[in-house]
Design a protein around this ligand. Sequence first.
Ligand code: FES
Ligand SMILES: [Fe+2]
Length: 385
Amino acid sequence: MSELTTAQTHKVTDLDLHATGPGTLAGRYMRMFWHPICLSTEVEAGRSRREQIMSEFVTIYRGESGQLHAVADRCPHRGVQLSIGWVQGEEIRCFYHGWKFNGQGQCTEMPAETPGYAARMKIKHYPVKEYLGFVFIYLGEGEPPELPCYPELEDEKAGVLESLARFPVPCNYFQRLENNIDQVHVNFAHGDVFGDQGVGEIPEYIIEPTDFGLRAIGRRSTGDRVTYYHMPNIGVIAVPPVGDEVDWAILVVWRVPVDDYSNRSFNVRRARKKPGAPIKPVVDRSAEQVAVSLDILAGRRKLEEISQNDRELLVPVQDNLALIGQGAIADRGEAENLGRSDAGIIALRRLWRTELQKLVDGEAVKQWPWPKTGMKVTSGAKGSD
Ligand code: FES
Ligand SMILES: [Fe+2]
């Protein structure tokens, strides 16, 4: 007779970090936080749109009153996308046979069905909030936590606020997280661009665990470049001026999984412009940045063909080449060989593994309140994308 065995608890490894679909470990963890899903301006009153986040489709709509709502995208009748339906008052009506749902996901009308059926039909709905020009969504169970606030970006006197919801990049979100905290890549991948800003020298690398995640310092003789990492997926970075900007800007960036093979960046920056500089609409060039990157990776174009003056194209392409070049999902198993310069990546993965292990073991995960960093738009606290 075989012996009785007790179920082994899963030991979390780096191979658990990339999958964020419903029911996955990292997906359960990521669903405990708010994430940006689109720009506020992308959802006009009386209109709806479909978004994909962490391998789930969501219909976001703005009622005729201006109030935002988010519900599951698939109609429970025969599976049509609710996002192509009609917003009526604060409700959305399915395009196919007219079932109607309110912002709580409750079906309120089934024009061709027997009375009473609608009252028994409910779909998922999600809390949404607007902040810094984005729509934030909470996909988790139960009451959502407080939405994190960034006082550094709220100071209206400290320049112009620009929010960008970027086109998806075809690689796993965790590659983007790791790149945020990778200082040495600046010397090589962006060496031609930032060399004149004193990053030519390989930095001494200092990683400090903090209440909000990690502080990564690249120490060079020219000064420190600091990157703040706010758990679980947010970078808070000082970035050099581009275009009409004077001095360094503050950039906060969320790396949000679309599915396991692609992710979007939601960037918001507060930057001071030259006096009298015209306020230009922010243009999202990420589709072009990805297309050029894919051409270079396929050998159809060369990186050297991109003008050094077009940094808005060049710098993201340099990052994309590294990130997409690692494969859609980077191999964090035996194929990689980390060194001391990967201290930030090692610390980041350790934080994540610790939190995921708590989920496996049924323990409470840590909260990561964002402190007032004292970062100012003109502080020159140097960072890197
Ligand atoms: S599929 Fe939506 S009402 Fe039929
Ligand atoms: Fe970079």
